[in-house]
Design a protein around this ligand. Structure first.
Ligand code: UGA
Length: 441
């Protein structure tokens, strides 16, 4: 099939590559000429395992191409996916100006007698599909089209496998012709397909992300009780997760959730519920637990070091999760900036995220020393904080780490290390929701 994807960010670019990989002809449209130039030159603007090879392979076989022309995309495709950003507004609501603009642009180039399915893949508030349809109709009376909601559930860092083998595909559609075309698009993926109305599909995305955030906040709240009682949150998570109705996934206690989706989507769902007159207070607590989790962690560091001012602290990890270069809304970055604000001398290392953290002005390189290896970061440090659980951090030469540190003290914000091993090696080791150093000895 001939498909067009408008927006070449994480969702648009990975979807485009995966659609091409299963045999469709895909044109990716972006209004950022610099990005289009890069992609046309074979450079991938984001880091996502497996993506680069997949893009090169499909460009070479002429199933994937890039352009800045919406007209080119719409003219040559049966199905047009919208995958543009839907950033948060100051009041927690969702800024839909990019979606609205794309709807007008599509309306401007749709020709009469040229049936098209316009698919919203971006995360949007319920009832956005209705607005997109109204907008296209307002600017083009002759257009023949249907609007479908097809939320994307990929996770950054494993976007390619998530897209190639999804748990489910949700198609929110009111028109049989559009549903049939969408089923053909997804047939090669051999995944379960759920067909719903448009509003339900839009709600599924916000409800799913909010539920996953709730799971994380739940276990983080339990971790505080574990710390107060000497219980071990990892054991509690395993014990409750063995119940199939609950499941062990997304019950990892840590510094809290971050990234470009959960914080924004929980806020948006709260705002949507409020606007509809059906307030969702449970989600407000989810947010508060998330904020408290970082506060509690910083308190723990402060308790151990007494005063943070002038302390040399090494931080491993800046991205909001491992296997990505994305540092948007990263709790690790918040942590670094709060330590700096208290006067600590922070040295940080991240395998992929440091460049974007500086480019996007999320950290000030004049205040945070960035290193090119984890060992360099711990040189002379009075404490090491593990903020993102990259696998390479688990495989360090810890005797060497200890030798280089001023004081062998580790605060593990993601429960990556084994407490007994760390303590046997002579570290004073703190984790989240697990016994304190003195309790273990
Ligand atoms: C999330 C959802 O998992 C995807 O299904 C969804 O498509 C995506 O948002 C989106 O809306 O686009 P993503 O933000 O890429 O994906 O990353 P996650 O793996 O969900 O992690 C989000 C945050 O939760 C990270 O900061 C991670 O460290 C944290 N987390 C995750 C925990 O603290 N504990 C856990 O057990 C799991």
């Amino acid at each position: 099939m001939d498909l067009c994807i408008i927006g070449s960010g994480y969702v648009g670019l990975v979807s485009g590559a995966c659609f091409a990989e299963v045999g469709h002809h895909v044109v990716c449209v972006d209004n950022d000429q610099r990005k289009v130039d890069m992609l046309q030159a074979g450079q991938i603007p984001i880091y996502e395992p497996g993506l680069e090879d997949m893009v090169h392979r499909n460009v070479a076989s002429k199933r994937l191409r890039f352009t800045n022309s919406i007209e080119d995309g719409v003219d040559n495709s049966q199905v047009i996916f919208i995958a543009v950003p839907t950033p948060p507004q100051a009041d927690g609501g969702v800024d839909l100006t990019y979606i609205e603009r794309v709807a007008r642009e599509i309306a401007g180039v749709l020709k009469p007698n040229q049936y098209r399915v316009v698919v919203d893949k971006s995360t949007v508030p319920v009832k956005t599909g209705e607005k997109v349809a109204e907008t296209i109709r307002r600017y083009n009376k002759q257009a023949e089209f249907d609007v479908v909601s097809n939320p994307e559930f990929l996770r950054e860092g494993c976007a390619v496998p998530d897209l190639m083998a999804p748990d489910r595909i949700v198609i929110g559609s009111a028109a049989q012709a559009a549903t049939d075309l969408m089923k053909r698009v997804y047939e090669p993926f051999q995944a379960p397909i759920l067909v719903t109305d448009v509003n339900s599909a839009e709600l599924i995305k916000h409800a799913a992300n909010s539920f996953l955030s709730l799971k994380i906040s739940y276990i983080n709240a339990v971790s505080a009780i574990c710390e107060a009682t000497g219980a071990d949150v990892e054991m509690v998570a395993s014990g409750i997760g063995m119940d199939k109705r609950i499941g062990r996934n997304f019950l990892n206690a840590g510094l809290g959730y971050g990234g470009s989706c959960f914080p924004k989507d929980v806020k948006a769902f709260i705002a949507i519920a409020r606007q509809l007159g059906t307030p969702f207070h449970l989600l407000e607590e989810v947010e508060q637990i998330n904020a408290r989790q970082l506060n509690r962690f910083i308190d723990k560091v402060r308790d151990a070091l007494w005063v943070l001012k002038e302390k040399r602290i090494a931080v491993w990890g800046l991205t909001f999760k491992p296997d990505t270069d994305d540092v948007r809304n990263s709790v690790a970055i918040d942590l670094v900036n709060r330590l700096v604000a208290e006067g600590a001398h922070v040295t940080a290392y991240d395998p992929k995220g440091a460049e974007k953290a500086v480019d996007w002005k999320l950290i000030d390189p004049a205040k945070v020393k960035l290193t090119s290896s984890p060992l360099e970061a711990v040189e002379g440090a009075e404490a090491l904080i593990l903020a993102t659980e990259w696998k390479e951090f688990a495989n360090q030469d810890f005797p060497e780490v200890k030798k280089r540190m001023h004081t062998p003290m580790i605060f593990d914000g993601r429960n990556l290390f084994d407490p007994n091993t760390m303590r046997e090696m002579g570290f004073t080791y703190y984790a989240v929701g697990r016994s304190r150093p003195n309790a273990a000895s």
